[in-house]
Structure formats: C-alpha cells, structure tokens
Design a protein. Structure first.
Length: 72
C-alpha cells in the first residue's frame, strides 16, 4: 500500500487575508483567524501555492508570511 500524499494549498482568507494551509480536497475550511467559513468551490478564495506535501507547504507558508511582514 502506498502512503497517500495529500496535496496542500496555501490560501488567503477573503475576509481577513490571513494565510493558511489547507488540504486540496477540502470543500470548506474555517479560517483559523477570523473563523469565517471559506468555501473552496466558486468562492473568491485566493490559492497562492499548491504543494505535494504538508511539509513543503508549511515551508512556503513561512516564506510568504515573512515576505508579507516585510512589506508592511
Ligand atoms: Zn479569515
């Protein structure tokens, strides 16, 4: 049996713009920051990055957050 590699995406909450990690097969996600429900289908949610593994995704997320903090 092969381990199932879940693909991850980095999304930006349309309401508070908080960057967070989700699994790509997630249909809806509750924002960890403002607790609004983000629907993945047909919404204006921004997907900033898609990764093959949660580990890779969290590294990219860290970079994006650093860049965001610097641009302020
Ligand atoms: Zn939010």
């Amino acid at each position: 049996m092969k381990p199932i590699q879940k693909r991850c995406a980095i999304i930006q909450c349309p309401r508070c713009e908080y960057l967070q990690l989700i699994y790509l097969d997630t249909k809806s996600h509750r924002c960890v920051f403002c607790e609004s429900t983000i629907k993945m289908k047909g919404s204006r949610v921004k997907i900033l990055h898609i990764s093959k593994s949660p580990r890779d995704a969290s590294m990219v997320l860290m970079k994006l957050k650093q860049e965001k903090a610097r641009s302020k």
